[in-house]
Ligand binder design. Structure first.
Ligand code: GLU
Length: 365
């Protein structure tokens, strides 16, 4: 092609720019700039290290969790006002190892109520890190919403040098107000990573990089922007068959931990304690020792559901491998760790499901 003369190219460029910019110039004259409305985000505080305080800035690991009330957390982070209209609600003030089924149900109901308010765009839950993975999975299964629910914690108290809570909370509030976070299930915002509440787990107990998932994060938050790389495929939120508005209590599910020379008398102890199911955190592929099979079969005969999960952090338990699940009428937890398997089993039992239905749920959620 013959090259355009420089002068001609300049005038063509000028004409094109004028034509392209004209509509914007017209807009600028007619529409006065209005500041974009900030999303409304409610921070529901439950305690944990993110609300913790230590004796000195050198105390990064020895401190008291659950000390700082939500109003102070929000007031201590004025940057939040740049990104959202933030309201605080103090649900509990506890370390998360002290969460109970009753507290889970109460928290789920109050978040469900908050998100039914059309004025609320998203919810952030500040939480201790110890059982954050249980709460995130529970909320993921029972709160019927497309709006973002973001759980966040910290590994160092706010009083420590290089505390991680401030940026985690800031990122969580941004995420809860981000339209692209809708419909992705409950999210966990930790250490710049956006993780799925379904399969996130605390994998390190003493580093700020504590949380991960064997399937990787969904994305990352960098300078107020969420970058997504994958999306969950399992049922959650609006596609879940569970609904917190219909749940009043969760039945007891016991976890029995497998090991070499394990104490199998814990199985009948779980039965007589009134547990309605046992999650067996077995070795390897959810294996059960030859001297432990009878106790689990008797528990099944007594009416308890038996769920084989694994004490191994990654991978997934294969049905009818290592143990004849069809023959024993047992269920496998698939890739859910024992504590998450306990949550799904408890929810399933609120519907009085058969072992076949329970197995279906483990494949779908
Ligand atoms: N164990 C406490 C809790 O889970 C503190 C740990 C933390 O939040 O990081 O709430």
């Amino acid at each position: 092609m013959k090259p355009m003369m420089p002068a001609l190219r300049r005038s063509v460029t000028a004409l094109l720019s004028a034509a392209l910019l004209a509509p914007f110039a017209a807009c600028a004259q007619t529409a006065p700039a209005t500041p974009a409305k900030k999303p409304v985000v409610v921070v529901v505080a439950t305690g944990g290290t993110i609300a913790g305080a230590g004796a000195s800035s050198a105390n990064s690991a020895t401190y008291q969790a659950a000390k700082v009330p939500v109003d102070k957390l929000i007031a201590g982070l004025p940057e939040l006002a740049d990104v959202a209209e933030v309201r605080g609600q103090q649900a509990f003030q506890i370390a998360s190892e002290s969460f109970t089924n009753e507290k889970l149900v109460e928290l789920g109901k109050s978040i469900s109520t908050l998100l039914k308010d059309p004025a609320v765009d998203g919810v952030v839950v500040t939480h201790g890190t110890d059982t954050l993975e249980e709460t995130s999975f529970f909320l993921n299964l029972v709160v019927r919403t497309e709006k973002p629910i973001v759980l966040v914690g910290s590994m160092r108290p706010g009083t420590a040098l290089s505390a991680d809570g401030a940026l985690n909370l800031y990122n969580a509030v941004v995420l809860a107000g981000t339209p692209s976070a809708r419909g992705k299930g409950v999210l966990v915002m930790m250490n710049d990573d956006i993780l799925s509440g379904r399969d996130v787990a605390k994998r390190v107990n003493i580093k700020t990089s504590a949380f991960g998932s064997q399937w990787g994060p969904l994305g990352m938050m960098v300078e107020r922007k969420a970058y997504w790389f994958r999306a969950p495929v399992k049922r959650q939120g609006m596609t879940s068959e569970f609904d917190i508005d219909r749940i009043t209590a969760l039945p007891e599910v016991a976890i029995v931990y497998g090991s070499g020379s394990m104490n199998t008398s814990l199985v009948p102890a779980a039965v007589s304690s009134g547990a309605k199911a046992i999650v067996h955190a077995g070795t390897g592929n959810g294996s059960v020792p030859n001297y432990g099979v009878d106790a689990l079969r008797q528990a099944r005969t007594a009416g308890l559901q038996i769920v084989r999960s694994s004490r191994v952090a990654d991978g997934f338990v294969l049905r009818n491998s290592e143990q004849p699940d069809d023959k024993y009428d047992w269920v496998v937890a698939h890739d859910l760790n024992p504590q998450k398997a306990k949550i799904l089993t408890a929810l399933a039992l609120t519907k009085g499901v058969s072992s076949a239905e329970l197995q279906r749920m483990f494949m779908e959620y």
